[in-house]
Design a protein around this ligand. Sequence first.
Ligand SMILES: [Fe+2]
Length: 287
Amino acid sequence: MKDVNQYTLTEAVKESFRTEDGSRLKFLLETFIDHLHDYTRETGLTHEEWIGVLNFLYDCGKISTPERHEFILLSDVLGFSALVDMINTRGGATEGSNLGPFYLDDAPAMELGADLSGGRSGAMVLVHGIVRDTLGNPLPGAMVDTWQADGSGTYPIQEQEQGQDKYDLRAKFTTDANGRYYYTTVLPKPYTVPYDGPVGRLLRAGNRHSWRAAHLHYIIRAPGMRAITTEVFFENTEYIDNDAVFGVRKSLIAKVEPVKKTDALDYQLSAKPDAKFRFDFVLAPEG
Ligand SMILES: [Fe+2]
């Protein structure tokens, strides 16, 4: 029998896995075991703390449903999601940010110039810009897939029991021959991440709030280009400096400006905006 102690255990556990030499799985698994064991030795973790961690993870699983993924929320509040986004952003491309829990991949396709607000209250804003590649060339035919909260910080998908349509405030637009996209919608408000589960307990234990800065979600795709998942935030809005999930990047903050009567808007719009902002997306080639 092989004798192990707290110093030889880590290698023994790693050796027990018969993963292929040089494989990504072997690398990820062994590095994880190294860090997990180092953490345990370094903190002198007690039995109570150890079972506390495992029960916390158990609670995360127990409260999760197809509509609520508590582990993603945990990843978000620990900055893990933000770090994965950061290290996977390609040079020159728009920075990535949180996918969040409310994405639906079958949002309705809409014509450019459409209005997403559905008559909801709040500031009507013209959202426009160009999708480009990293060399600055416009990308016609790119897909701009967007979803958002309303003017009170709620996603319609959260209020289906109150009669809301889960496909409201979301759409897929295709950029025109000049790579342009444009539409009107209601400006979203901040909202809190779910606070009634184990992750909420963690935030309270750390004296942290659960508010997200107001944002619009986007996935941008174009043939031959690496898709990006990101969010657009707004200058001088609440929680912009302390978003609960660390989603804000300086490059993702847009400046919302009033639309003046004299402004010539170059677009055919189906609703009249009170304000506007421009945000250009940049995609890097695949590979
Ligand atoms: Fe969101």
